[in-house]
Design a protein around this ligand. Structure first.
Ligand code: SAM
Length: 274
């Protein structure tokens, strides 16, 4: 019997019983593909769980749909990170979307996901998707005023993603959006990664005129409590533009969740109040 405990998180980590494991070493990180009893296939990067078949829908729906629904008609979307393809799959459910760019630094994450996680990665071959294997920070240096929605689907702010949680990077994201543009980012676990969470939200707020934070329950992420922050210079998030969510075939996001999206537990809102 094999048990795996993730080791990147501080002092505590998810433990899963594993049938089989495969490991790969890329230029950037150690990639583990675990076949777990409870959560299905699981992708682990440098000891931190990234996604798994059983609960991936929650993270991917909650990262992608709020930003796309608050936009009046998103056509050009950029996903930075997200090489597993789950966020791209959700983005493509929006019929207004004509072009999706995915900028993932590690080609091996894409290849492993295509081979072992087809239910998550299948839409990476859609004709509207263009994949760039590049550092997201450098990628944005050349893109100004182009995207309607940018989704930051990044690993923790250590290693290759560290610079992409900093103010200077959020400024590049802001400049890469066109009028009416919206950004959404995963902003870590308020419960177990308080410093990462506070810092990410603070830096996003320092750059964008409007921003809001929301949570989702994700069993395989630290403490099961995960945060996302949505931001824009022109949209104030008081009014959902597109309310027809039944066509998105979601399993977690519902009209009720959307209507109370920004309700936070007091201890979480206290962490990010100025
Ligand atoms: N759902 C996940 C989470 O919250 O932990 C994120 C999943 S996704 C697999 C994260 C991806 O970000 C990884 O594949 C990683 O290679 C990619 N990444 C990290 N740093 C990056 C960078 N500088 N530019 C582009 N992609 C990056």
């Amino acid at each position: 019997m094999i048990w795996f405990t993730e080791y990147q998180t501080k002092n505590t980590g998810l433990t899963v019983k594993v049938r089989e494991s495969k490991s790969f070493q890329s230029e950037y990180q150690e990639i583990l593909l675990l076949d777990t009893y409870e959560y299905g296939k699981m992708l682990v990067l440098d000891g931190a769980v990234q996604t798994c078949e059983r609960d991936e829908f929650i993270y991917h729906e909650m990262l992608a749909h709020p930003a796309l629904l608050f936009h009046s008609s998103p056509e050009r979307v950029l996903v930075i990170g997200g090489g597993d393809g789950g966020t791209v799959r959700e983005v493509l459910k929006h019929s207004s979307v004509k072009e999706v760019n995915l900028c993932e630094i590690d080609r091996m994450v894409i290849e492993v996901s295509k081979e072992y996680l087809p239910s998550i990665s299948s839409k990476l071959s859609d004709e509207r998707v263009k994949i760039f294997v590049e550092d997201g920070n450098r990628f944005l240096d050349e893109r100004k005023g182009y995207y309607d929605v940018i989704l930051l689907d990044l690993s923790d702010p250590v290693g290759p993603a560290e610079a992409l949680f900093k103010r200077n990077f959020y400024q590049k994201v802001e400049q890469a959006l066109r009028e009416g543009g919206i950004m959404a980012a995963q902003t870590e676990s308020p419960f177990l990664q308080e410093e990462y969470f506070r810092t990410a939200v603070k830096e996003i707020r320092a750059v964008f005129k409007n921003s809001k934070t929301y949570l989702a329950f994700i069993p395989t992420y630290p403490a099961g409590m995960w945060s996302f922050t949505i931001a824009s210079d022109s949209v104030d998030f008081s009014d959902i533009k597109d309310t027809n969510i039944s066509r998105l075939n979601t399993k977690y996001l519902s009209d009720t969740i959307l209507s109370s999206l920004f309700v936070l537990p007091k201890f979480v809102s206290d962490m990010i109040e100025e």
